[in-house]
Design a protein around this ligand. Sequence first.
Ligand code: IPE
Ligand code: IPE
Ligand code: MG
Length: 253
Amino acid sequence: MGLFSSSTRQVPVVAAVPAHVAVIMDGNGRWAKKRFLPRVAGHIKGVELVREMVRACLERNISYLTLFAFSSENWRRPQEEVTLLMQLFVKALEQEVEKLDRNGVRLRIIGDLSRFEPRLQELIRTAEARTAGNSRLQLTIAANYGGRWDIMQATNRMLAAQPDKRAGWLESDLEPWLAMAFAPEPDLFIRTGGEQRISNFLLWQLAYSELYFTPTLWPDFDTAEFDRAIASYQTRERRFGRTSEQLQGTSDA
Ligand code: IPE
Ligand code: IPE
Ligand code: MG
């Protein structure tokens, strides 16, 4: 699937290994609670698992990894937890970017970044610029991201770019303005932590993704768990609206 391509407009080419994996990393708090630790201990462990996940994607030639780190609704959490999460984000950017760069990882942060402290915004800009020339793995962190926010910011920018156009807008007009316009739509969506919901993640882009839900808490989601998710993906028949017979080539395609 090329740039701005859409699973609702054309049938994408499907490979055995997903090109784009999107993950809701959920369950950090419960992981900590089970161990009688503060919630932040779960978030710290969660960052380690992000590192492991990036390594696994590099090894498996997965081109895009998109991780939901902080939703637009997560501001509703206790102030103390929000502050700690922001501190962890800053620390991760300070400590990990050099290694990501060395490994050919391009880092992007998507979401409404205007709500972050200036120092964090600056770290994000620097990290993105530093890794902009890399293409082995495109790692995207969704922070203060919401799927509805994304659709609205894209709509507003689309309308502003063509102020005289009054009607006849197409999906393909909107897509270049979406936060993930640089990537094909996710092939595989994973949510850890047992909940079976999207929680306002990539609403537009998940239209035809294969969904995988696991009760495993994010800090326990190791490489073996990831391989189970990929194995499940490989059993799926991705029809994109067609019949099974068409896919198997036993009738007119
Ligand atoms: C996901 O883990 C991390 C973030 C939302 C930042 P949670 O913090 O939601 O963990 P649970 O769901 O309470 O276990
Ligand atoms: C979704 O997790 C967002 C992230 C993992 C960043 P939540 O734990 O916030 O989701 P809900 O509120 O339970 O749906
Ligand atoms: Mg949660």
